[in-house]
Ligand binder design. Structure first.
Ligand SMILES: NC(=O)c1ccc[n+]([C@@H]2O[C@H](COP(=O)([O-])OP(=O)(O)OC[C@H]3O[C@@H](n4cnc5c(N)ncnc54)[C@H](O)[C@@H]3O)[C@@H](O)[C@H]2O)c1
Length: 307
């Protein structure tokens, strides 16, 4: 089995001072990548910053293992921060081939209790943050004709989770971003994929009711996610525009499918009652397709019009 290597590649991993991001940065560096270890060093709710020890610890570990890395403490949540993170890759290592958008925080509250500030900060870090870091990197990737982008969504957004309306909305926004980046990047060998990870980190340990068993800890170890992320960041990766649920030793494809299409037959327009009566057929998933762009989504309509 040939080993997947990253020699000569430059990677940016955001939020790499701990948890999942640290494992990605360490594994990419162990396999030869030069890594910008970004971490703002704040609390899990996005308050505070400046704990540079977080990014520094990852960089120290990488260097101790013989790898190349540099720390960066900018926030992903501003255009200036995103530009500075990518510039750090250019200044220290001469480019940017890989971006793993991973930085994240939580502000969980039920929808009725959410304040605008709880929405703003979550959108800033997760959704705008991914824009601000990926855009300057994407421009470099286009010029070079090579790039790998990983965006971190969440089961919470993709499938829903009680008490996380702000987080879920931001995380699902990343699917939209990935859909377009994978299309726009296609002719430049830029691949963009989304992960929905599950792992025991400082973000999730606060939600635990009991201490997990040793076996459960192994299954929830962030390193269960690292293999997929490094594959998606590698030259060997030939998939794009995909969503993967990963963790607990599992990797599963998630996808947005289109049901078989119900058509209103005859004159006039579909009435409220027509729609009610057809709801069983509309909700069917039999023979679904997975459109890769809006043209494929309207494909069944075009086929119908053509008879
Ligand atoms: N752990 C899980 O089960 C799980 C599930 C779904 C999604 N996720 C996502 O995975 C990603 C990593 O989370 P984790 O579980 O490793 O948590 P973590 O708290 O260990 O790591 C997140 C890191 O991001 C950094 N960060 C926060 N805001 C930042 C900013 N503005 N700029 C730069 N860095 C910033 C934090 O300092 C922290 O080190 C997050 O996007 C999270 O939403 C995690």
């Amino acid at each position: 089995m040939s080993e997947i290597r990253f020699d000569g590649r430059v990677a940016v991993v955001t939020g790499a001072g701990g948890g999942l991001g640290r494992t990605y940065a360490e594994e990419l560096a162990r396999r030869g990548a030069s890594v910008v270890v970004n971490d703002l060093g704040g609390a899990t709710d996005g308050s505070g910053s400046g704990a540079s020890s977080l990014a520094d610890e990852t960089v120290d570990a990488i260097k101790k293992a013989g790898g190349q890395a540099v720390a960066n403490y900018d926030s992903v949540a501003t255009p200036e921060g995103g530009a500075a993170i990518v510039q750090s890759a250019v200044d220290h290592f001469g480019g940017c081939d890989i971006v793993v958008n991973n930085a994240g925080i939580l502000r969980d509250k039920t929808f009725a209790k959410l304040e605008p500030a709880d929405l703003d900060i979550i959108l800033d870090v997760h959704l705008r943050g991914a824009f601000f870091v990926t855009q300057p990197a994407f421009r470099l990737m286009k010029e070079k004709g090579y790039g790998r982008i990983v965006l971190t969504s969440s089961s919470s957004g993709i499938f829903g989770n009680f008490g996380q309306a702000n987080y879920a909305a931001a995380k699902t926004g990343l699917l939209g971003l990935s859909n377009v980046l994978s299309l726009e990047g296609a002719k430049y060998d830029i691949k963009c994929n989304v992960i929905g990870p599950a792992a025991r980190t400082r973000l999730t340990m606060g939600l635990e009711k009991d201490e997990p068993s040793e076996d459960a800890k192994r299954l929830q170890d962030p390193r269960q996610v690292t293999g997929l992320v490094c594959y998606l960041a590698s030259e060997a990766c030939d998939v794009t525009h995909e969503i993967f649920m990963v963790g607990w030793g599992r990797v599963a494809r998630a996808f947005i499918g289109l049901g078989p299409s119900w058509f209103h037959e005859g004159e006039g327009f579909a009435s409220v009652e027509n729609v009610r009566d057809a709801m069983g057929e509309i909700l069917s998933t039999e023979g679904f397709i997975i459109p890769k762009n809006t043209m494929e989504e309207v494909g069944p309509v075009m086929a119908k019009l053509r008879g």
